[in-house]
Design a protein around this ligand. Structure first.
Ligand SMILES: Nc1ncnc2c1ncn2[C@@H]1O[C@H](COP(=O)(O)OP(=O)(O)OP(=O)(O)O)[C@@H](O)[C@H]1O
Ligand SMILES: [Mg+2]
Length: 228
C-alpha cells in the first residue's frame, strides 16, 4: 500500500512588513494509510503551518503536496473538495459554532457536500454516537464541556468518512483525563477504520503513542524516529 500523503520539498514563507518568515522549509514527508503520526516541536517551529499545508487549508510556495496519489493543484474547486471530503480537521480551540447544537455542528460538512436533510441527520447522529455523545446531540455547543466539545469537533471531522484526520493540538485545551479520552478515540479510529491520523502536540507522552514521531525545528523536519 502506497502512502496517502506525500509532501515533496514543500516550503511556505510569510511576509510581515519587510520581513520574511520561512515557516516551513523544504519539507519531505510521506504518511502511510492507517498510520498515526505525531508532529512535535517548539512554539513557532511551523507545526500548524505544516498541518494546514497537508490539509489543503493553505498552499505551498514551493514543492508539492499529494493525497491519495493525486497532486493537490492550486485550483480552488479541487482543493475545497479535498478539504470537504478527504480530510477531517480538528483544531485546538474546537472551532464549533457555539449557538448551534452538537448535531447541527456535525451536520455542517454534509450541508456543504449537498446531502439531503434526513440522511444528514442520520449520519450525524451515528457519528455522534461513535464518539459517545448520542445523549448530547441536541445540546448547544456552548453548553458542552471542553472534552465533549472536542469530541463534537472530532465527529464533525469524521462525518464525511475522510481518509485522513489532521488534529492540531487536539488535547491542548483539555485536562489530562479528557486528553486521554481524545487520544484513545483517535487511536481507535486509526485501528478500526484504518484512518490516517496526523496530530500536532506539545506533549511528548502523547506523541510516544504514535506509530512515528517527526520533530520540527525552524520550519524543518529535523529527525524522524520510530516510536515502535
Ligand atoms: N499567517 C501568518 N502570517 C505571518 N506569519 C505567520 C503566519 N502564520 C504563521 N506565521 C509564522 O510562522 C512561524 C510558524 O508558525 P506556526 O503557527 O506554524 O508555529 P507552531 O509550531 O504551530 O507554533 P505553536 O506551537 O506556538 O502553535 C511563526 O514564526 C509564525 O509567527
Ligand atoms: Mg501551532
Amino acid at each position: 500500500m502506497g502512502p496517502v500523503i506525500v509532501l515533496s520539498k514543500v516550503s511556505k514563507t510569510f511576509r510581515v512588513g519587510r520581513e520574511r518568515i520561512r515557516a516551513v522549509a523544504d519539507v519531505d514527508l510521506s504518511v502511510q494509510k492507517g498510520e498515526i503520526l505525531a508532529i512535535v516541536g517548539p512554539s513557532g517551529s511551523g507545526k500548524t503551518t505544516l498541518a494546514h499545508l497537508i490539509g489543503g487549508l493553505s498552499r505551498p510556495d514551493e514543492g508539492s503536496v499529494s493525497a491519495g496519489g493525486q497532486m493537490l493543484r492550486t485550483r480552488d474547486k479541487i482543493l475545497s473538495k479535498y478539504r470537504n471530503q478527504k480530510i477531517g480537521f480538528v483544531f485546538q480551540t474546537f472551532g464549533l459554532l457555539p449557538h448551534y447544537s452538537a448535531l447541527e455542528n456535525v451536520s455542517m460538512p454534509l450541508v456543504v457536500a449537498g446531502m439531503r436533510r434526513r440522511r444528514r441527520r442520520e449520519l450525524a447522529l451515528k457519528t455522534l454516537a461513535a464518539v459517545g455523545l448520542e445523549k448530547q446531540a441536541k445540546q448547544r455547543a456552548e453548553t458542552l464541556s471542553g472534552g465533549q466539545r472536542q469530541r463534537v469537533a472530532i465527529a464533525r471531522a469524521l462525518v464525511t468518512s475522510p481518509q485522513v484526520i489532521i488534529a492540531d493540538e487536539p488535547t491542548g485545551s483539555l485536562d489530562s483525563e479528557n486528553g486521554e479520552q481524545i487520544m484513545q478515540l483517535l487511536e481507535r479510529l486509526s485501528r478500526i477504520q484504518d484512518i490516517t491520523v496526523i496530530f500536532v502536540t506539545h506533549d511528548l507522552t502523547l506523541a510516544k503513542r504514535a506509530d512515528r514521531i517527526v520533530h520540527m525545528r525552524d520550519g524543518q523536519l529535523t529527525e524522524a524516529d520510530h516510536a515502535r
